[in-house]
Design a protein around this ligand. Structure first.
Ligand SMILES: Cc1ncc(COP(=O)(O)O)c(C=O)c1O
Length: 391
């Protein structure tokens, strides 16, 4: 069976990371990896903070955060005045949910491709307010047009107070047509929260052109920022209503400062995040994106072939630009979330390979990522050893 050629490596890129070389790190999507230069930049900021904490926190930190926010928002194609830095996508979602003022009878609509912690957050807010949540099933192989139709049919104008859709889904690595979805939701008067956790850095995005009421995305995955760096983007009409999870001294400063300032926290991740963007740009944004997507496609094919998966079953639900690819696991390999976690840990321990294993509707899926620090041989090694482990 012919396997696609792996991409040319980006010279020196692997050396930018401090990853354990005895492990194949094939799951950049879950927690990212921070380049050494970014780690150093953050450490310099921490050194500055520890040299004089009073001066660090009280002299100009709010302005430095605002400056960083403008830089990161510009990269995302978002309005800087509508962008708040937050610790992670999960926090951004929670901020939106608890600012909506849901009431009994209201509903929040999601899809069955959503992220688990986001579903828990929706469930808790519904319990707290008496609202209900409804999950729309979307087949993995549905076309973009079918996805939009499923969503159109699933909205209940007047009752649906929020639709949450992912830009790139976590368990299924699917790219959703978010701008078109926002378009139909708008026709029905339904506000939309786009969970773009994986999008920054992986795809060329313009948050403004998606047109959602709310958008969240992590810079600590594919944009090489230190962990704890995410953005919540809010459309103009909503900004006044957005409340932070924790009230701080900046409560009267309005959006976005009152959301960003969460008392005595370590804000150095945000301040160092532009160095991550600098690293990406130095390597070449387009080159990194093309490399990562092509390497993930290569990995999908070699591992899929090794497991005897027919090429037609090696789906590309995210399209060619997504640097995460799925391989279906044999029946019974990961029928539950717990079984998927156990299998992931076993692969890590026995094969020295970090991968994502998801259980989606009882079917196990291996999710393989491509990054500049990966080599084709890492996927070849996994392909050679995984069948025996699963047997
Ligand atoms: C689609 C999606 N949403 C939200 C998250 C949560 O990200 P974080 O843990 O940074 O809040 C993830 C993490 O992988 C994700 O894939």
């Amino acid at each position: 069976m012919t396997v696609p050629q792996p991409p040319e490596p980006i010279p020196g890129a692997r050396l930018l990371f401090s990853l354990d070389p005895s492990v194949s790190h094939l799951n950049h999507g879950s927690f990212g990896a921070v380049p050494i230069g970014v780690q150093r930049a953050q450490q310099r900021l921490r050194d500055e903070m520890e040299a004089n904490p009073l001066r660090f926190f009280t002299q100009g930190l709010v302005d430095r955060i605002a400056h960083t926010r403008r830089h990161l928002a510009t990269f995302l194609g978002a309005d800087p005045d509508g962008t708040a830095l937050v610790g992670n996508a999960t926090t951004g979602v929670a901020v939106v949910l608890q600012s909506l003022g849901l009431r009994p009878g209201d509903e929040v609509v999601t899809t069955d491709h959503g992220y688990g912690a986001v579903a828990f957050s929706v469930a808790r807010e519904c319990r707290r307010t008496g609202a209900v949540s409804r999950t729309l099933p979307v087949p993995l192989t549905a076309s973009d047009e079918e996805v939009v139709e499923i969503i159109r049919a699933g909205l209940r104008p007047g009752r649906t107070k929020l639709l949450i859709v992912d830009q790139i889904t976590s368990p299924t690595a699917r790219l959703f047509p978010t701008a078109a979805i926002v378009g139909v939701a708008r026709e029905h008067g339904v506000p939309v929260l786009v969970d773009g956790a994986h999008a920054p850095g992986m795809l060329p995005i313009s948050v403004a052109s998606i047109g959602a009421d709310f958008w969240v995305g992590n810079l600590h995955k594919w944009a090489y920022a230190p962990r704890g760096t995410a953005a919540l983007v809010v459309a103009e009409g909503w900004r006044e209503r957005i409340q932070p999870l924790v009230v701080s001294w900046e409560q009267d400063s309005g959006f976005p400062t009152r959301v960003e300032w969460q008392a005595t926290l370590d804000y150095t991740a945000w301040l160092a995040a532009p160095v991550g963007l600098f690293t990406l740009r130095t390597l070449g944004l387009d080159r990194v994106r093309a490399h990562n997507a092509a390497l993930a496609a290569y990995g999908q094919r070699v591992v899929g072939d090794a497991l005897g998966v027919a090429p037609a079953d090696l789906l590309e639900p995210g399209g060619p630009a997504v640097a995460m690819r799925l391989v279906p696991l044999p029946p019974g390999a990961a029928p539950t979330i717990d079984a998927a976690r156990e299998l992931r840990a076993r692969i890590a321990e026995r094969l020295a390979a970090e991968v994502s294993v998801a259980s989606w509707h009882g079917q196990g899926w291996l999710r393989l990522c491509g990054q500049v620090y990966n080599t084709p041989e890492e996927y070849d090694r996994l392909a050679a050893r995984l069948p025996a482990l699963l047997a």
